[in-house]
Design a protein around this ligand. Structure first.
Ligand SMILES: [Zn+2]
Length: 220
C-alpha cells in the first residue's frame, strides 16, 4: 500500500524455503520497481511460516532493512514464549520454532499493537483471532473507499464462504475461527467492502455476497 510517503507491506511471504512455488516477493517487487529498502512499514496479520519466514535474505539480514515492523501484542506474546512449542501439536511444532526464530530478529524494532488501534493513519487493527491466538485483519479507509486485509481469517473461496461454519484444520482454535469468519463475512457482505485474501484465487481481491443463508465469493 502506498500512502503519501509511506510504503506499507502486509506480511512478507514465506521466502524460498517453505515450498517450491514460493519465494517470489522480492522479484515481484522488482517488476514494479519497488526496492525493498524503501518499504517504510511491515504489518503482520500473524506469524505463520507463509506470512513471516520471508523476512531474511540468504545472509540472515532483514530484507526490508529500513522498515518499522508491527504485530498484535497477543500474536507476539504467543509465539515468542518458549513454552508455545510444547503446546503445539507435533506436526505444527516447526511453526513455533520458526516464528520464535524470525520474530527474535525484530525484538528491538517491532511495535506491538492492541486490537481496535489505528496503527497507521486510516488503518485499523481488527481482532480476528482463531486462526492464531493473535491474528489480526486490517480495515483500510480512504474517503468513502474501504478495503479489508483478511490475512488467513478467510482462506478458501468456496468453503470459507459457502460453509463458514465448517471447522478448518489450519485454524488453531477452530471454533473461534468459525465465529471470526462469520463476523467478517456479515460485515463484508452488508457493507459491500472490498477484501484482499492471500489464499483466494489470483489476484486475491473481491467481495462477499450473501447467498442462501451463507455467502459467495465475487472476484473483483
Ligand atoms: Zn496462517
Amino acid at each position: 500500500m502506498r500512502d503519501g510517503e509511506r510504503i506499507i507491506l502486509f506480511d512478507v511471504g514465506s521466502g524460498p524455503n517453505f515450498m517450491p512455488s514460493s519465494g517470489k516477493l522480492v522479484d515481484a517487487m522488482a517488476e514494479i520497481e519497488l526496492d525493498p529498502s524503501t518499504v517504510t512499514h511491515v504489518v503482520f496479520t500473524h506469524a505463520h511460516p507463509d506470512h513471516l519466514w520471508g523476512l531474511l535474505d540468504d545472509f540472515d539480514e532483514l530484507i526490508f532493512s529500513e522498515a518499522k515492523y508491527m504485530i498484535s501484542k497477543p500474536e507476539w506474546d504467543f509465539w515468542i514464549d518458549p513454552s508455545t512449542f510444547d503446546k503445539m501439536p507435533e506436526d505444527r511444532q516447526g511453526f513455533a520454532v520458526g516464528a520464535r526464530k524470525y520474530l527474535s530478529f525484530l525484538e528491538e524494532k517491532i511495535t506491538r499493537f492492541n486490537y481496535g488501534e489505528e496503527i497507521l493513519p486510516g488503518i485499523l487493527a481488527l481482532d480476528t483471532h482463531g486462526h492464531t491466538p493473535g491474528h489480526s485483519s486490517f480495515e483500510i479507509r480512504s474517503g468513502s473507499d474501504s478495503l479489508l486485509i483478511l490475512g488467513d481469517a478467510i482462506t478458501n473461496h468456496a468453503i470459507s464462504f459457502e460453509k463458514p461454519g465448517w471447522r478448518i484444520s489450519s485454524d488453531q482454535d477452530a471454533e473461534q475461527g468459525i465465529k471470526t469468519r462469520k463476523m467478517l463475512l456479515d460485515r463484508l457482505a452488508s457493507e459491500k467492502m472490498q477484501m484482499v485474501g492471500y489464499h483466494l484465487p489470483y489476484p486475491g481481491i473481491g467481495r462477499a455476497e450473501a447467498k442462501d443463508g451463507a455467502f459467495r465469493f465475487v472476484a473483483a
